[in-house]
Design a protein around this ligand. Structure first.
Ligand code: 6R9
Length: 733
């Protein structure tokens, strides 16, 4: 499957210098280790496990599993019988055993204020803002919000903070196995909160701070959390987000639904006095007159008051390998009945969350190994991942992977294009960043501004560049490689999912010749296959469903509270395989190319949304009878949302209604899901059995007249009508 020799034509190689210091310096070495990882996983993962601390050794096999639904329940067990603590391995081990206590874990900085830099005016800034809030909402980093709002946190300091907060959680009655929701901006305290949970064996469920109150409420209820950790507010660009207000709204919704949460710990991020901040993320140096911090004395507790009374030491809870570590929600869809005034009890697609569950030992080893080898981590590196911790990329490659390696990272709370589009490279120079990891959507956005803002900065420190979240188009790859990396830095195009825990298809920087747009080959322990519609494995060059034949340590273990759903979503379609939901092509050299989602998911700026979830939010509006959402390609975001809505009889379509619908989707799901196009659709193309023909709607959205076979269409006149009334204008941006 993996060729013996790497191809030499039409590929990019890394520099000889990089090869010299690399962990895996050649393709031959990669292949040799890959074969060992598949043929003898015990030995392969056993060698990696030696770097970590185990309170007790494992007793069974390294990896035990069933991937075949026809043979019984799906399970994955890794290092059964071993006990450890992931927080101990990230912090205590680095401080006490590896003597890295004074090394910097994070350079934190917040985005620069427009005031200091001189605000841009007019359309330029508006476009930038909209682009920012829509496309890269979640790409912000942990520098502070004003120049000078920065902070370094050493491993020793992080350990102390985490122990204190772990004691705080214990004092509030949080125990091993309890779920804790975290709804915070990119502050150091977010890392502290998640690791404090891990230290006491509690299960964190981080909800991205860009999500709405409704989304937070759904996640709190689904995971049956006992406590919420949040912050007063934060700035996104110049926009103040009153986070506590949203958190309170979510808690009220929880109460209304019969799930009252007893406690909410709030960090004063914007409202704290500078002198009280001490060595915590500094407050913004600007006034926040509009900050609203509602306070409910029955529920709310102040982070700072609790921390000041907490002890510096906290014995970790020793966890079993397969104890839960965290839940992270992705969107899915199920049919659920709903009534409204216009039509009673229709069956409607209602979003149903999937709490992806990861467990302790396998996740630790997998994120540690992928971080070390994919970014070729070396002492002295300064690493920067621009994702938000609220997504899996932040979990695995800001918190767990880098800290497991004792790495130094940049954590930036600002926006990468604010106050200007050179911001990323300014930070790269400031901290001499060596390894840089971002999303294709951010690259495409920056590309629009040309090479000048990049070339204003030196970027000499950069060695490896990475991408994640969606396929990177070859043009964006070439720009990233040529302009940003000056043809000197290999690009690791890492394909993976919330469910896979870490990279599963990826180049290794010094070993894999790169092809622009290909995620290349499997990581160690990962066995991909391409299946056709009948579930047959295709050999050689081919295209079909991307599946995996056996587990690797970091794969999800279940859907929280719903193992049946786990089996149905990932294992039912093709028994014996984990089904990714992505399409894939393998070329003559054995390289894998992801072609995109093949289910009803959309990838907007690297973030997966289910079309059903957006449809559900639209149909909840009293004027809407039916909605169908499809994807339309977008130059920056990858995909955008094109929504067709059918209104109740007698309701007229208007701009005001359109604005209401947009608002409704934002409130139900979050800004990332804001519809780009909404079209009034008095009729939708349906089959005779009543199924909406989304394939036809996608063509209408893109104005492609060649509809293919539409013989099953019940009434073709609706198609002409929809073509006539297409949203011809560009997206709302
Ligand atoms: C890590 C993350 C997962 C989906 C995945 C695929 C797409 C991610 C990609 C990529 C092509 C890459 N995806 N990385 N497609 N090339 N390098 O993004 O997790 O939010 O769960 O999304 O993202 O479609 O199935 P998640």
């Amino acid at each position: 499957m993996i060729p013996d020799k790497a191809p030499q034509e039409n590929v990019f190689h890394c520099s000889e210098d990089l090869k010299k210091e690399s962990h895996i310096p050649s393709f031959e070495k990669y292949k040799e280790l890959y074969i060992r990882s598949i043929e003898n996983p015990d030995e392969f993962w056993g060698a990696i496990a030696k770097d970590f601390f185990w309170k007790t050794k494992h007793t069974g096999q390294f990896l035990d599993y069933n991937f075949d639904v026809t043979k019984g329940e799906i399970f994955i067990k890794f290092m059964e019988g071993a006990t450890t603590n992931i927080c101990y391995n990230l912090l205590d081990r680095n401080v006490h055993e590896r003597k890295l206590g004074d090394n910097i874990a994070f350079f934190w900085l917040v985005e620069c204020s427009a005031k200091r830099y001189g605000r841009k005016t007019g359309r330029d800034m508006r476009v930038l803002y909209l682009m920012i809030s829509i496309t890269i909402d979640y790409f912000w980093f942990k520098e502070g919000n004003e120049p000078g709002d920065d902070l370094t946190v050493t491993y020793k300091e992080l350990l102390q903070k985490v122990c204190r907060f772990a004691n705080v959680l214990k004092s509030q009655g949080v125990k091993k196995g309890d779920r804790v929701s975290i709804y915070m901006p990119m502050v150091v305290e977010l890392v502290v909160a998640m690791l404090a949970c891990a230290r006491i064996g509690a299960v964190h469920s981080i909800v991205f701070a860009g999500f709405s109150a409704e989304s937070l409420c759904e996640r709190i209820i689904d995971s049956k959390c006992s406590l919420l950790i949040t912050a007063d507010g934060f700035y996104r660009g110049d926009k103040l987000i009153n986070l506590k207000l949203l958190a309170d709204e979510a808690l009220q919704k929880c109460r209304d639904k019969g799930f009252p949460l007893k406690k909410c710990i709030m960090l004063k991020h914007l409202s704290k006095e500078p002198e009280a901040a001490g060595r915590q993320s500094p407050p913004a140096k600007r006034a926040c007159p509009d900050l609203e911090v509602p306070w409910n004395p029955d529920v709310d507790l102040c982070w700072h008051t609790l921390m000041s009374g907490a002890a510096d030491e906290c014995e970790p809870e020793w966890c079993e390998s397969e104890d839960p570590l965290f839940i992270l929600y992705t969107s899915g869809s199920t049919g659920k009945p709903k009534c409204n005034a216009a039509s009673c009890c229709r069956l409607l697609m209602v979003s149903s969350l999937q709490g992806v569950l990861h467990t302790v030992s396998g996740y630790l080893l997998y994120v540690a190994a992928t971080f070390k080898l994919v970014f070729d981590h070396q002492p002295g590196d300064v690493y920067w991942c621009t994702a938000d911790i609220g997504w899996i990329t932040g979990h695995s490659y800001i918190t767990y992977g880098p800290l497991a390696n004792g790495a130094t990272s940049v954590l930036f709370e600002g926006l990468p294009t604010y106050p200007d589009v050179g911001r990323m490279w300014q930070i790269v120079d400031k901290y001499q960043v060596t390894k840089f990891y971002t999303a294709p959507t951010a690259i495409r956005l920056l590309m629009k501004y040309g090479s000048d803002p990049v070339q204003k900065y030196k970027r000499k420190s950069l060695k490896v560049l990475g991408t994640v979240g969606e396929p990177i188009n070859p043009e964006a790859w070439q720009w990233y490689h040529g302009v940003v990396g000056e043809k000197r830095c290999p690009i690791v195009d890492t394909f993976w999912q919330t469910e896979t825990g870490g990279h599963v298809l990826t180049p290794l920087p010094a070993a894999t010749p790169m092809k622009p747009g290909s995620a290349t080959f499997p990581f160690f322990g990962v066995v991909p296959a391409i299946l056709n519609e009948s579930g047959e494995e295709l050999e050689g060059p081919s295209e079909g469903y991307l599946v995996f034949k056996q587990p690797w340590p970091g794969v999800m273990r279940s859907v929280f509270g719903n193992h049946e759903r786990f089996e149905a979503t990932y294992f039912k379609k093709f028994p014996g395989y984990y089904v990714t939901g992505d399409g894939c092509r393998r070329d003559k050299d054995g390289y894998y190319w992801i072609t995109g989602r093949i289910d009803d998911m959309l990838n907007v700026s690297g973030h997966l949304l289910s079309t059903a979830e957006v449809e559900s939010a639209l149909v909840e509006h009293k004027s809407v009878v039916e909605a169908a959402v499809v994807s339309r390609p977008h130059a920056v975001k990858g995909e955008s949302l094109y929504c067709f809505v059918t209104l109740n009889d007698g309701v007229a379509y208007s701009q005001a209604l359109e604005a209401e619908l947009r608002k409704q989707v934002r409130e139900k799901i979050g800004a990332i899901a804001t519809p780009d196009y909404i079209q009034n659709a008095p009729g939708l193309p349906k089959t005779r059995s009543g199924k909406i023909m989304r394939r036809v709607l996608r063509k209408i959205a893109c104005n492609e007249k060649d509809l293919g076979d539409i013989s099953t269409l019940a009434d073709s006149s609706v198609v002409d009508e929809l073509f006539r009334n297409r949203c011809a204008t560009t997206a709302r941006v």
